[in-house]
Ligand binder design. Structure first.
Ligand code: SF4
Length: 205
C-alpha cells in the first residue's frame, strides 16, 4: 500500500464520527471500521457494511454472504483476501447496529461523504468496480443506475458498455435474504456470473 493511502487508512481506523458527531442516533457501540483498501488491486468491491460476524472478526465477508460472493466471483478465500487482487471498501465501514426486528441497519450515512472520495482517489489502478447492493449503486453509478436494484442489475450489459472508467458491474447483495431474488432472476447466474468470472480471472490471473 502506498504511504499516503496507509496514512489515510490509519485515520479511518481511528474515526469516531458516528459516536462523537453523529447524524441522528449515534453508533450503538465503539467504532470498528472494516475495510481493505489497496494501491495495487485492479478490482474494487464496493460493498455495503459489516454485519455482526464481520464486526467481531474485523475482516470483511467472513460470513455466509462472503461464501456466496466468493462463489459468484469464482475465487478462493486466499485470492479474495489478497489486497494485490481485491480492494474491499464498503459504503459504511462500521457495523451500523440492528433494527427492532433484528435486521441490519443501513450503512452509516456519515461514512461515505467523510472518507470514500479521498480513499478511492488514492486507488487509481482500479479498473473494475463491483457495486454490491443499492447503496453502492447509488454512489458509484450515476445515470447508469435504474429505478430498482433488479432493473439496475438486469441492465448490466448496458452498464458495462457505458463509456466510463473504471468499468462497473452491478450485483445484488449476496445475503441469504436475497435467495428468493436469485430464484426469481435466473439470468443472473446464467448470464451475468460467467461474464463476471471471466473478467475477474482476466484481472487476477
Ligand atoms: S461508520 Fe465510518 S464515519 Fe462512522 S465511525 Fe465508522 S469509520 Fe467513522
Amino acid at each position: 500500500m502506498s504511504e499516503v493511502l496507509e496514512r489515510l487508512t490509519a485515520r479511518v481506523r481511528a474515526c469516531r464520527i458516528c459516536v462523537d458527531q453523529p447524524v441522528g442516533r449515534p453508533l450503538p457501540h465503539e467504532p470498528r471500521p472494516v475495510l481493505r483498501p489497496s494501491s495495487s488491486a485492479r478490482i474494487l468491491l464496493a460493498s455495503q457494511a459489516p454485519g455482526t460476524k464481520v464486526h467481531v472478526s474485523g475482516m470483511p465477508f467472513t460470513d455466509a454472504s462472503g461464501d456466496r460472493l466468493r462463489s459468484w466471483l469464482g475465487v478462493s478465500s486466499e485470492e479474495f483476501y489478497d489486497t494485490e487482487k481485491f480492494a474491499i471498501v464498503p459504503m459504511g465501514f462500521c457495523f451500523p447496529g440492528q433494527d427492532a426486528k433484528g435486521g441490519d441497519l443501513p450503512p452509516r450515512r456519515e461514512c461515505a461523504p467523510a472518507w470514500r472520495t479521498q480513499l478511492i482517489a488514492l486507488m487509481p489502478q482500479i479498473d473494475l468496480v463491483l457495486t454490491i447492493g443499492g447503496y453502492a449503486q447509488a454512489w458509484h453509478m450515476g445515470t447508469t443506475r435504474a429505478a430498482s436494484l433488479t432493473d439496475t442489475v438486469r441492465n448490466w450489459r448496458a452498464v458495462w458498455d457505458a463509456p466510463v472508467t473504471p468499468k462497473v458491474l452491478p450485483l445484488p447483495h449476496p445475503s441469504w435474504r436475497n435467495s428468493g431474488w436469485l430464484k426469481k432472476n435466473p439470468w443472473f447466474e446464467m448470464d451475468l456470473l460467467p461474464f463476471l468470472r471471466s473478467e475477474i480471472r482476466y484481472r487476477i490471473g
